[in-house]
Design a protein around this ligand. Structure first.
Ligand code: SAM
Ligand code: SF4
Length: 360
C-alpha cells in the first residue's frame, strides 16, 4: 500500500491497519509526526505517574492486579508517599502528575483522593510562573458525585479507557456481572465530559480476537466522542490472569508493537491537535518504545515516579516490573526532533480551542 492512497474513513483505516509493509508503516509514522509538528509543535509533556494502589474491586480478565489474583501483593501509598512523589515531580519540572490505581469506591478512598488533590494543589512548585501541578486522575468508574467532588478539589483531567468499543469483545475480556458493564463505562465517560474534565479515553491494542475493523472503530469512536486526549497501548499478557491461562490467541510482540505505533499515527492524522500518550505498554515491547511512540505522533509521556518498592507490585502485565527507573526520561527524550514542555500542564490544544481554560 502506498501512503498516498491512505484514506481516513473506516475502510481506509482497516486497510492501513492490515498492511504489514515496513515501508508503509514508516511513511505513516513520518506523516503523523509531521502532522503533529504542524499542528501542536515538537513539545512533549511529561506527567509523573503515581500508581497509588493496586487494590481493585474489579476482575478484568487481562489485568495482573485484578481482585481475584492471589499472587498479587497489595499496597496503598500513604498520603506522605504520594505527596513526596508529587513534590519530586514538581522539582523535576514535570508540570503534571497522573494518579492511577485500581478501582475503589469506598468512602475512605474517595476522601483520601480529595484530600490529596487539595494538598498537591498547595505544593510549592518549580513550574513556569509558579503554577500548581496539573493533576490527571485514572481511578476507574465512579459515581457522578465523586467525579464532581474530585473536580472541585482540583483534578482537571481524567483518563478512562473504554478498553474496546466492541461490546462483544468487551464481554470476552471481562466477567459478565454488574461490576463490568460496557454501557456503564460509556456513561461514566459522558459524566466526566459533562462535569468539565478533559475526559481522556483509549483502548487496548491487539487484544485477543480483536480485528482491524474493531481497532478502526476505536479510532472513529475517539473522533466521535471528540476526545481531547487519548491513551492507548498494546495489550501485554500477564501469566496469572484468566485471559492468558485460557490460551487466548496472542499476536507476537513485534506485531503488537507495530500496531501500537500505527494506531498512534492514524489517530494523529484523524485528530491533529489532541493529546496522545505514548504508553508504557510500548516500552515493554521495545527498549525505545515510548520514544518511537512520540515519533509516530504522540505528545505525552508519563515517567513512572511510584516508589520502587510498590512500583514492582503494580504488575498489570508481565515484564512491566523490569522497566528501569524513569527519572531521566525527559532528558533522554530531548533531542533535535523532540523538545520537552518543562513545567507546563500541556493541556490539549483541542480542548483549549473548544473551551477557555484556567492555565497557560
Ligand atoms: N482501574 C482503572 C481502570 O481500569 O480504568 C485505572 C487503572 S488500570 C490498571 C489502567 C489501564 O491499564 C486499563 O484501562 C487497561 O487498559 C490497562 N491494562 C490493564 N491490564 C493490561 C494488560 N494486560 N495489557 C495492557 N494494558 C493493560
Ligand atoms: Fe482493576 Fe483497572 Fe485492572 Fe480492571 S484494569 S482489574 S479496573 S486495575
Amino acid at each position: 500500500m502506498d501512503i498516498q492512497d491512505l484514506t481516513l474513513d473506516r475502510d481506509g483505516l482497516i486497510a492501513a491497519l492490515e498492511c504489514n509493509e515496513p515501508a508503509f508503516n514508516e511513511a505513516l509514522c513520518k506523516k503523523a509526526y509531521e502532522t503533529k509538528v504542524a499542528h501542536i509543535g515538537t513539545d512533549v509533556y511529561l506527567r509523573g505517574l503515581i500508581e497509588i494502589s493496586n487494590i481493585c474491586a474489579k476482575n478484568c480478565l487481562y489485568c495482573g492486579i485484578r481482585h481475584d489474583n492471589t499472587a498479587c501483593t497489595r499496597y496503598e501509598l500513604s498520603d506522605e508517599e504520594v505527596l513526596a512523589a508529587a513534590t519530586k515531580a514538581a522539582r523535576m519540572r514535570y508540570g503534571s502528575v497522573v494518579i492511577q490505581g485500581g478501582e475503589r469506591t469506598d468512602a475512605a478512598f474517595v476522601r483520601k483522593i480529595t484530600r490529596l488533590l487539595k494538598a498537591i494543589k498547595a505544593l510549592p512548585t518549580a513550574s513556569e510562573g509558579g503554577i500548581p501541578l496539573g493533576v490527571t486522575l485514572s481511578l476507574g468508574e465512579q459515581p457522578r458525585e465523586v467525579y464532581e467532588e474530585w473536580f472541585a478539589a482540583g483534578a482537571h483531567r481524567y483518563l478512562l479507557r473504554i478498553e474496546t468499543t466492541n461490546p462483544d469483545l468487551y464481554y470476552k475480556i471481562h466477567p459478565h456481572d454488574a461490576l463490568h458493564s460496557h454501557e456503564r463505562r460509556l456513561e461514566a465517560l459522558q459524566d466526566l465530559k459533562a462535569i468539565g474534565y478533559q475526559a481522556g479515553t483509549g483502548a487496548m491494542i491487539a487484544l485477543p480476537w480483536q480485528t482491524a475493523a474493531d481497532m478502526a472503530d476505536d479510532l472513529l469512536f475517539y473522533k466521535a466522542f471528540d476526545a481531547p486526549m487519548v491513551g492507548m497501548g498494546p495489550y501485554n499478557p500477564n501469566d496469572e490472569t484468566p485471559l492468558t491461562r485460557s490460551g487466548a490467541p496472542l499476536l507476537p510482540d513485534e506485531q503488537r508493537f507495530a500496531l501500537g505505533l500505527k494506531m498512534i499515527a492514524l489517530l494523529r492524522l484523524l485528530m491533529p491537535d489532541i493529546n496522545i500518550a505514548s504508553a508504557t505498554a510500548l516500552e515493554v515491547l521495545s527498549p525505545r518504545g515510548r520514544e518511537l511512540g512520540v515519533l509516530a505522533g504522540a505528545n505525552v509521556v508519563m515517567p513512572n515516579i511510584t516508589p520502587d518498592e510498590q512500583r514492582v507490585k503494580y504488575n498489570l502485565y508481565d515484564r512491566k516490573t523490569l522497566l528501569v527507573k524513569d527519572l531521566m526520561l525527559g532528558e533522554s527524550l530531548e533531542s533535535g526532533k523532540i523538545t520537552i514542555g518543562w513545567g507546563r500542564w500541556g493541556d490539549s490544544l483541542h480542548f483549549q480551542r473548544n473551551k477557555s481554560t484556567h492555565n497557560e
